[in-house]
Design a protein around this ligand. Structure first.
Ligand SMILES: [Zn+2]
Length: 80
C-alpha cells in the first residue's frame, strides 16, 4: 500500500489503489486506504484524505483544496 500526504491538509494518508479501486469499497468499509484521488474538470487531480473530502463543498475547486487545513486526526475544514 502506498503512503503519501493529503494535498489539502498535509496529513499522512494511505491510498488503497487509486481511482480504479473506488468501486471495490464495501467488503471492509474501505479501510484499506484513507484517501482518494479527486479529479477536477480542468484535468488536475488531487490526493485528498476522507476528512478533507468531507469538508469540501459539493462542487469543489482547486482554490477550495488550497484552503483545506487539518483540525485534528479525524477532522478537516476550509480555512476562511
Ligand atoms: Zn486532508
Amino acid at each position: 500500500m502506498a503512503t503519501d500526504s493529503c494535498d489539502g491538509c498535509g496529513r499522512s494518508v494511505s491510498l488503497a489503489g487509486g481511482i480504479a479501486n473506488i468501486w471495490t469499497f464495501g467488503e471492509d468499509d474501505g479501510s484499506d486506504g484513507t484517501a482518494m484521488t479527486l479529479e477536477f474538470e480542468d484535468g488536475t487531480s488531487h490526493l485528498l484524505c476522507y476528512p478533507c473530502i468531507g469538508a469540501l463543498p459539493d462542487d469543489p475547486t482547486a482554490a477550495d483544496v488550497d484552503r483545506l487545513e487539518q483540525v485534528d486526526e479525524e477532522t478537516s475544514r476550509l480555512a476562511e
